[in-house]
Design a protein around this ligand. Structure first.
Ligand SMILES: [Zn+2]
Length: 140
C-alpha cells in the first residue's frame, strides 16, 4: 500500500502526478555556473603554482579542486527565488511548482532543462577560452 499522498506530502524525485510526470518537468530553474567558474580559476592558479614550485601534494590538491568544481554549479528557481546547488535541483518543489505538477499545467515561459543550460554554459566557456588562446597566442 503506497504511503505517498500527493495532496499532503512533498514529492520525491521519483514521484509522479496523475499524468505520469515527475516534479522536475514542472520546475522553472536557471543555471548559475559562476561559482564553479570562479572555483575553476582558483584551481587553475593552484595548479600553475604547484607546477612552478614542483610540489606534488599541491598538484594533487589542485586536481581534486578541479574535480569538485562541477558541484559548485547552482540553480535559481524563477517561481520562489530559491538558489541552491544544481545536484539538488531535482528535489526542489516549491508551492507554485507543486501546483502546476498536481494540475498537469505546463509552465509558461519555461527555460530549457537545467542539464541543457549547463551544457550550453560549458560550451560557451570552452569557446571563450579557445578564442582567448587564439588571440593571446597570435602575437608569438
Ligand atoms: Zn521554487
Amino acid at each position: 500500500m503506497p504511503t505517498f499522498d500527493p495532496d499532503l506530502d512533498i514529492p520525491r524525485a521519483s514521484a509522479q502526478n496523475p499524468y505520469g510526470e515527475s516534479v522536475a518537468e514542472y520546475q522553472r530553474v536557471l543555471a548559475n555556473p559562476l561559482p564553479a567558474v570562479v572555483g575553476l580559476v582558483g584551481a587553475w592558479a593552484v595548479l600553475c603554482y604547484s607546477l612552478r614550485v614542483r610540489n606534488l601534494p599541491l598538484f594533487l590538491i589542485a586536481l581534486i579542486l578541479t574535480a569538485l568544481c562541477p558541484f559548485l554549479i547552482q540553480y535559481h528557481c524563477l517561481d520562489c527565488g530559491r538558489t541552491d546547488f544544481a545536484f539538488r535541483s531535482r528535489r526542489h518543489a516549491c508551492a507554485e511548482t507543486l501546483r502546476r505538477w498536481r494540475l498537469g499545467e505546463p509552465a509558461t515561459r519555461k527555460p530549457p532543462r537545467l542539464r541543457t543550460q549547463v551544457k550550453a554554459w560549458i560550451w560557451s566557456l570552452f569557446v571563450a577560452v579557445l578564442i582567448y588562446a587564439i588571440l593571446a597566442g597570435g602575437g608569438r
